[in-house]
Design a protein around this ligand. Structure first.
Ligand code: SF4
Length: 253
């Protein structure tokens, strides 16, 4: 599946327009400090717990808006005095990596004090040469590691996690990883193994680990029927497990 997707991306020379689902002008949950968060339309997977299913379909629809790099820079211009940086999210924003590379390159030229962050599901192999500029102009990535075990990942998203685990190491070793995120779903995923393995890998770094409580509100009715949110005690135990590996910043949300 990924091979097909990469070929499509390589053939897609049209990087002048991005399809955006929404823009939050001031967000303090999408990276460090106050940031403008831009949610690109389109995702390449379909997570059972997706809280933004309206961002999954690829291409424009009645709720999206098309932006050129120039018009998106105008949005940044309006808030530049009040933000620390720009975060691109989705959907899966890396599907529009050519546009984002160009956008971030322009941010670096016009607003050198602003940082550029990418929030990604990590399903595309970012070590590939075609992503070189995307990596170069992005200061930091925030990466979802939804499940360590491939079977769990397939159950949750429909695809394996090979590229995600590869990206975890690649971004860590490139000093480009700001944060790892795991949604904790009790009774469905082996959360302990995921937290343990991720913590082991990032233990010798400053990388943050965000443990996100699964919440059923907003999840499509046909998915994860009857699954409850984890208890506070369960989340605290996972946090303790992560801290035992020496992680400096573990946050529960
Ligand atoms: S990666 Fe994010 S946007 Fe895509 S389906 Fe999963 S939760 Fe939804």
């Amino acid at each position: 599946m990924e091979k097909l997707l990469i070929e499509n991306l390589e053939n897609n020379t049209e990087d002048k327009i991005a399809v955006v689902n929404k823009i939050i002008k001031f967000s303090n949950v999408d990276g460090p400090g106050n940031r403008i968060a831009i949610f690109f339309q389109g995702c390449n997977i379909d997570c059972a717990y997706c809280h933004n299913p309206e961002t999954i379909s690829i291409g424009s629809n009645e709720y999206t808006k098309n932006y050129s790099v120039t018009s998106l820079l105008e949005e940044v211009e309006k808030v530049k005095h009040f933000i620390k940086g720009v975060t691109v999210s989705g959907g899966e924003c890396s599907l529009q990596y050519q546009f984002i590379s160009n956008f971030f390159k322009n941010i670096k030229l016009k607003y050198p004090n602003l940082t550029c962050f990418v929030d990604t599901n990590g399903t595309l192999d970012l070590s590939k040469d075609l992503f070189r500029d995307f990596i170069k102009y992005t200061d930091y990535f925030m990466l979802d590691v939804k499940a360590w075990k491939s079977d769990d990942h397939i159950k949750l998203t429909g695809i394996n996690n090979d590229n995600i685990l590869k990206n975890l190491l690649f971004l860590k070793n490139s000093n480009k990883l700001f944060e790892v995120r795991t949604v904790i779903v009790p009774g469905v995923l082996d959360n302990e193994t995921t937290v343990e393995k991720v913590s082991e890998i990032i233990s010798d770094t400053e990388i943050n680990y965000k443990l996100i409580k699964y919440r059923s509100i907003g999840v499509r009715e046909t998915k994860l029927v009857g699954i409850n949110s984890p208890t506070t005690q369960y989340m605290e135990n996972l946090k303790k497990l992560s801290l035992s590996f020496g992680i400096k910043n573990v946050v529960i949300i």
